[in-house]
Design a protein around this ligand. Sequence first.
Ligand code: ZN
Length: 425
Amino acid sequence: MIKGNLGIVTGGTPGPRGPQGAGPEGIRLSQGYSEQAPGHGRLMPLILAAAAIALSTALWAQDLEPPRASATVVPGKPQQIGAYPGHEGHPTKKWIATLRCEPVSYTLQHWACYHESYPHGAVAIEGQIGMMSPGGGNWYTNGFFNFALDDQQGRDYPVKTIRALDSGERASCEFVWELPQAWVRVRFMTIPGQQPLFCSIVQLPKTEEIATLKVRLACYPSGYFHDGARVGLTAAQVIKSTSKGELDPEKEWWMILYDEHYDLGVSGGIGGAGAITEPELVGKSTVEIGAYGCFWNLEAKSGGKELRFAFWNGLKLKNAELAPTLKPKFEPTLTTLRGIDFRPLRFREEVVAQVSSEFEKLLVETQDAEAEETTFKTTLARLQELRPTVMGDQPNLEAEDEYLKLLDELDNTLWQLRMKWVFSD
Ligand SMILES: [Zn+2]
């Protein structure tokens, strides 16, 4: 119970707990008692007991309150691929990232084949990031999201890390690759009350020469049917299988994909899907509508470091209902997408400032807290030392992990001080 609540401080985020992501309400309640108490007289033990009960009750209540969104990652587990043509006996590793949220939860996966014969040690043979859930069709379960820098395919490089970032007011996770030209971060996010899966891909170039950032999205509208009558609908055209189309990035920033043969409920069809991209970031956009797979290919503008998307899946809508349902959502979702700061909430500067301010306040009123003070100051100093690296242009995954761990330690020390403060005369 305690551990879960400690996360509230630096893991805490704006929301019903207060705009500052403030500490447990119980603390405020007991402070109120302290201020109104008629001195530190006979009533003190009673007041302290009441304060302690109020504190623990408030914390308990918060523990029972389910998080509104949460991110979890099951780390890469070695497994054998079996009889995959050309990869017999190669070991594979698979990660699963889940963003739990209402109204829609998403499960993403990355798996790759690791073998000494590969130039960079690994190849994601089916694609880089797959959407397992909602599943059954549309955004490809084994790899709907693939990127390249110039002609270097991201799938030819081993993933550096896949990890959960935010839980609470939103859920997010990231997939990080390192290519010769740049680091690439792909972050996904769900926001309670919002249907789509939000996404940002950012390249962090290692040199002044900036590679062209490309994304290839794979979709199997309504299901994995080989003889589909696939359709890609944009603001300006209807592209049917099998054909290719050049899109106007400025006008054709949304796409609805469905199948005219396999409508919802026909031979197990699950109904179509949709996606948007942030038009200002796109330099080139094409679409390939096949009888089986459909691909939306996007390139960032020259020198561009980012592309952004929002994906819909699991809609369970008939073809006739798709456009009337999705179209009104595109514009407001684009506004949301533009406004998202994909950086982890816990990396924000005010997080440390908030904890420090509460710590300082309690420290003045607490006896025998030298040990906590020393630990807190040491942790704080190391955090400040790491901050420029963590916020730098080049990812330093070790520093980022250490930073997050230190935030937990800061929380722990604050918690210890709170307990001493409650029982301090
Ligand atoms: Zn292989």
